[in-house]
Design a protein around this ligand. Structure first.
Ligand code: SF4
Length: 243
């Protein structure tokens, strides 16, 4: 695993290097135990395209909650065809119907934290058990909660064993404008819901359109204080160094 000095040096270096170099470093250092996790927001599409066009072999996975928009599932198929890759769909233990039987109908309306734990956090924990480096599309501009994200972070993945995992956020310093300029320039397919006023797209029950001036993620979990699904907050950070 990385030392504190390495994390510090890598963060200083990666702030000024092209994103494909960060991805190449992950592939070289961790091999198949590094993977891009995507929910098909713009940043994930950019990373997948950069990896493909620079010949960087990185597996890709997504958390398929069973409640994704049909447009999102179609985008997954389109990207697989365009980039000639397979995107692993990591699924919860319970189908939506089994969850209804166990927890009652529309859990997301009553206890979205529990719903996200069942449908996102636990499946992700299972997937991360196979990895040493999880590559995300987090960007600082997305929300207050994400404004301090570093490119290289280390988390304690399992409190019992103190097992660690590198969380790599190569898109941390990208603006929304830069992401969309890249997607347009390279004619990369994107979620058509983006053209209908949705700016951050998750499960259909918990996603709404946003207004100008809102944070990108303001359209998630309307009516709740919740701003994160939990996949980026369930682990404790091992080291936090200034960039
Ligand atoms: S985003 Fe909503 S529907 Fe999806 S897992 Fe979380 S609470 Fe459930």
């Amino acid at each position: 695993m990385l030392t504190a000095a390495e994390i510090h040096a890598l963060n200083r270096r990666f702030e000024h290097e092209p994103t494909e170099k960060v991805l190449a470093w992950a592939a070289e250092r961790f091999g198949a135990r590094a993977a891009i996790g995507t929910s098909f927001q713009g940043a994930g599409l950019v990373m997948m395209h950069l990896a493909k066009t620079h010949g960087i072999a990185l597996p890709v996975f997504t958390l398929d909650t069973g409640l994704l928009f049909p447009e999102t599932l179609q985008l997954k198929r389109d990207l697989e065809a365009l980039l000639e890759i397979q995107i692993e769909a990591v699924q919860p233990d319970l189908t939506v119907e089994q969850q209804e039987e166990a927890q009652g109908p529309k859990l997301w309306k009553r206890d979205p934290d529990l719903c996200c734990t069942i449908r996102k956090v636990l499946p992700l924990q299972g997937k991360l058990g196979e990895l040493d480096c999880w590559i995300t599309g987090l960007r600082r501009q997305q929300s207050e909660a994400r404004s301090q994200v570093s490119i290289v972070e280390v988390y304690v993945f399992d409190e019992a064993t103190r097992r660690e995992i590198v969380k790599l956020n190569p898109m941390a310093h990208w603006t929304r404008e830069a992401v969309w300029q890249y997607l347009r320039e390279h004619e990369i397919p994107y979620n058509p819901l983006n053209d209908q006023g949705y700016r951050s797209i998750g499960c259909w029950p918990c996603t709404r359109k946003t207004s100008q001036g809102d944070h990108e993620r303001a359209g998630r979990w309307t009516g709740f204080k919740k701003v994160e699904c939990g996949i980026h907050t369930f682990m404790s950070k091992k080291a936090d160094f200034e960039i």
